[in-house]
Design a binder for this molecule. Structure first.
Ligand code: TYD
Ligand code: MG
Length: 457
């Protein structure tokens, strides 16, 4: 017979052990093991080869219908999804508390409801009155969204299963999955087993009914969806909602997408009336730029097929010999900074080893584009030599360990975006072709850029 065994489940990665430990053996996090009711353990006598029903097997050449897409009308949201929500799919939206997840989803729910979709918004965190007040503030007081404050998955499913005159909901928001509980499991809400079981039942409902399901998830400090990484594997699409709370802009980024690319982003600005779309992100990220200051460089980043200009800032402080210099990076990979510093030192003779180095991507933006290498190098050279990079220049290119400047993808797109915003020159890899009236200077090696910036011949 089946029996349940107690076990300890890591609240970070979801791995389970039968003995308590201070540190999770799988992900290495400390103090994350919590006792939870075990999954049902079947004895070996339970023979799975008996009693199943025969499956109807299909061929590969049969024609499948593409799942239906549903645009919410917020173009930045639809773009991040790869063209709207997919019927019968589950999407997880993760982000820090207070970043604007509930606001964004309420806005999407309101738009879809006004467009005639049947929309259900379940809040496990706020009372219905609170959600209603927010909707009114967002100008969505008259949107026909069906609203409930609930946390029991059983109650939610019972409600959804005979919903509206068409007996089905088109769009369902669960805010948040960490507050839900399934009575099939006796662990507390928010634990990995609860989150997993609740998500499983809700996702099964979405697949069966054809509703587009959105689960809101809180994120832990290291950037994973709180507790269950497992959740990321269960859903079709994972979107991360990012930004600094002290800045107004937010980026919605696809981390996983079974129905589209993962390189598109949506950009929003949080304002008095909720999240507004930012159709031209470059102008937003450059608004507070410090011109003609050493260490400031504009980099044309590429997000998917979309160029975004951001400011790279570097500061170097020479130390009296002997002290250990600090290296601090915000918005970029610290390993990559160490590499650029090493290349500057070994290939170009710039001795920054004894200096403290601070690197910051302005506005709280997070760069992953490898073409940022040359922009970072230029910012470092500029800060170290106290010579500003011309304010009308953009800089991009990938660096190799030998000090070579490499070509990067989509240089035309990057140049066109810069031209649109009034930049008139670009420093980049050799062979760069001028586009949109921008004068280009191409470099084979990083040393050539150093020579140009330091006025050497
Ligand atoms: P919220 O959507 O509740 O965040 P989350 O669900 O991710 O926890 O948004 C929280 C913040 O957004 C809150 O500090 C208030 C701010 N906000 C605005 O600035 N303008 C608005 O119109 C709304 C609705 C919220
Ligand atoms: Mg919320």
């Amino acid at each position: 017979m089946a029996k349940a065994k107690r076990q300890y489940v890591c609240q970070n990665c979801g791995s389970a052990t039968y003995r308590w430990q201070g540190q999770c053996a799988d992900c290495g996090e400390w103090n994350t093991l919590v006792e939870e009711a075990g999954e049902t353990v079947f004895s070996a006598k339970h023979d799975l080869s008996k009693g199943g029903r025969t499956l109807a097997l299909e061929t590969l050449d049969a024609v499948s219908k593409m799942p239906g897409r549903m645009l919410c009308g917020i173009a930045e949201f639809d773009r991040a999804l790869g063209g709207g929500f997919v019927a019968g799919s589950a999407t997880l939206i993760g982000g820090d508390p207070g970043i604007g997840k509930s606001t964004l989803l309420l806005q999407a729910a309101g738009r879809l409801a006004k467009a005639g979709k049947s929309v259900v918004y379940i809040s496990g965190e706020e009372a219905a009155a609170q959600v209603r007040l927010r909707a009114q503030r967002l100008g969505l007081g008259n949107a026909p969204v069906a609203l409930a404050s609930a946390t029991s998955v059983r109650d939610i499913l019972a409600t959804l299963e005979n919903f509206g005159d068409r007996q089905t909901a088109d769009f369902v928001v669960i805010d948040s999955i960490q507050t839900m509980h399934s009575d099939l499991i006796d662990s507390a809400p928010g634990t990995v087993s609860q989150v997993r079981a609740s998500a499983q039942e809700l996702i099964r409902f979405a697949k069966d009914s054809g509703a587009a399901l959105v689960l809101v998830g809180h994120v832990t400090k290291d950037g994973t969806i709180a507790g269950p990484r497992v959740l990321e594997h269960m859903v079709d699409t994972v979107l991360a909602f990012e930004g600094e709370r002290s800045h107004q802009y937010r980026i919605l980024r696809a981390v996983k997408n079974r129905f589209g690319g993962t390189d598109e982003i949506g950009v929003f600005a949080m304002g008095e009336e909720g999240l507004g779309e930012v159709a031209n992100p470059s102008s937003l990220f450059l608004t507070d730029r410090s011109r003609d200051v050493p260490g400031s460089v504009v980099f044309p980043a590429l997000e998917g097929t979309r160029p975004v200009l951001v400011e790279v800032q570097a500061l170097t402080v020479r130390l009296a010999s002997g002290a250990t210099p600090r290296r601090a990076v915000v918005g970029w990979d610290s390993g990559r900074l160490a590499m650029v510093l090493a290349v500057l030192e070994a290939r170009c003779g710039l001795q920054m080893g004894g200096a403290e180095v601070y690197l910051n991507i302005a506005g709280g933006y997070r760069l992953t584009d490898p073409a940022a290498d040359l922009a970072v190098a230029a910012a470092l050279i500029s800060a170290f030599s106290e010579r500003p990079v011309p304010a009308d220049a953009i800089v991009f290119g990938e660096l190799s360990l030998s000090g070579e400047v490499r070509q990067v993808s989509h240089d035309g797109l990057r140049l066109r975006e810069a031209a649109k915003l009034g930049f008139s020159r670009a420093w980049g890899p050799k062979g760069l072709k001028p586009v949109g009236g921008i004068a280009v200077t191409g470099f084979d090696r990083l040393g050539e850029l150093v020579d140009l910036m330091l006025g050497r011949d």
